[in-house]
Design a protein around this ligand. Structure first.
Ligand SMILES: Cc1cc2nc3c(=O)[nH]c(=O)nc-3n(C[C@H](O)[C@H](O)[C@H](O)COP(=O)(O)OP(=O)(O)OC[C@H]3O[C@@H](n4cnc5c(N)ncnc54)[C@H](O)[C@@H]3O)c2cc1C
Length: 325
């Protein structure tokens, strides 16, 4: 039997979709080994209201920790609260978003628990939970089992479909704020600089239009009209980010974001394994590249061998003309 604690992720008072993938993983673990799951929601003012948004997902309990000192995320403040709330739970689950990647290893260290990062599935092997994890830039997958009494797991959002609401309501209870330790006192929140965008979040978008090094300083000039036309998020290869054509948080791949949209359009991207590691689970992949031998065509469902500077504006015109019909 596994009692599981899901760590929710909030943004501006709302629950991020990433949380629902962690709930889906918790439900899967319960199917495999029995037990129940609870959800921990922590943050500043408005956290209780956010916790109320999670009462319809089949959790045994929703635990809420609302305190002004948690208003701005700092791993050093959050980790002690999660570790304290995790007492009595065998598995702590979160999503491998930037938040989860930052917070969960610290929680594992505090609990002296083994940690499986970026899991894409969980199965039962010889009566133990076995977590499927990518290796060698996603070219191979391995299963790992964790032998500590408590386990901490982060899951790939793209591999766990968001949990749907169930009937019934979970009770909400407050958990006490853990006094910040010495580490938290050495750190101070200064400011958060956030790029506000009307676009969907890259990791959650149904359509992603990604550009590579080939776009040079015309990256936005070429990619943005297509993304606007499709209501898509914008992604980029690492080469495009490193060259400064696109911001670093647009990067898709092994060392960037992992995405699995309905439609992924790769424009002027060669298809290096490190890029493919971040988008190969996309349902439909379209590639535009002038080199017919580019590796991206090996995984593309639709490929266009063409000069992007000509093909992309033509595609945008065709899409806009179709909308007017
Ligand atoms: C440890 C490590 C981690 C990495 N992590 C990542 C990662 O997370 N994400 C990532 O993307 N990369 C990552 N990389 C880098 C990766 O190996 C590649 O270097 C990078 O993906 C290449 O980016 P690109 O395809 O944009 O550029 P290039 O390899 O330069 O390819 C440009 C492509 O554009 C095409 N092209 C050029 N002009 C035109 C035109 N006018 N019209 C149409 N097509 C054109 C070319 O034919 C070519 O295929 C990592 C590398 C390492 C070593």
């Amino acid at each position: 039997m596994s009692e599981i604690l899901v760590v929710a992720e909030l943004s501006e008072g709302g629950v991020r979709k990433a949380t629902h993938s962690a709930i889906a993983c918790a439900r899967r673990i319960n199917e495999l080994s029995g037990g129940t799951f609870s959800i921990l929601v922590l943050g500043g003012p408005g956290t209780k209201a956010a916790a109320a948004q999670l009462t319809g997902f089949g959790a045994a309990r929703v635990l809420s920790c609302e305190d002004a000192s948690l208003g701005n995320y700092l791993a050093e403040r959050y980790a002690p609260v999660v570790a304290s709330a995790a007492q009595g739970f065998q598995v702590v689950v979160g999503t491998a978003s930037s938040y989860g990647k930052d917070l969960l290893p610290r929680v594992a260290a505090r609990l002296d628990a083994a940690y499986a990062a970026d899991c894409s599935d969980v199965v039962s092997k010889a009566g133990k939970l076995a977590y499927k994890r990518p290796m060698f830039a996603g070219n191979a997958y391995g299963f790992c089992t964790l032998d500590t009494p408590q386990q901490v797991v982060s899951v790939r959002q793209s591999e766990f479909d968001p949990a749907q609401p169930t009937s019934g309501q979970s009770p909400v209870s407050d958990v006490a704020l853990t006094p910040p330790g010495a580490a938290a006192q050495r750190i101070e929140f200064v400011s958060l600089e956030q790029v506000k965008s009307e676009r969907p979040e890259l990791a959650e978008a149904r359509v992603v239009v990604s550009g590579g090094r080939a776009l040079k300083d015309q990256f936005f000039q070429v990619i943005e009209p297509l993304a606007n036309s499709l209501g898509a998020a914008i992604g980029a290869s690492r080469a495009a980010c490193d060259a400064g054509y696109a911001p670093g948080d647009f990067q898709v791949g092994q060392t960037g974001k992992v995405v699995a949209p309905e439609l992924y359009i790769a424009i002027g991207i060669s298809g290096a394994i490190q890029h493919i590691a971040g988008m190969k689970s996309s349902k439909t992949i379209v590639a535009i590249n002038k080199d017919a031998e580019a590796p991206i065509f090996q995984i593309a469902d639709y490929g266009l061998v063409a000069d992007l500077f000509q093909a992309v504006p033509e595609l945008v015109s065709a899409l806009e003309a179709r909308k007017k019909k």
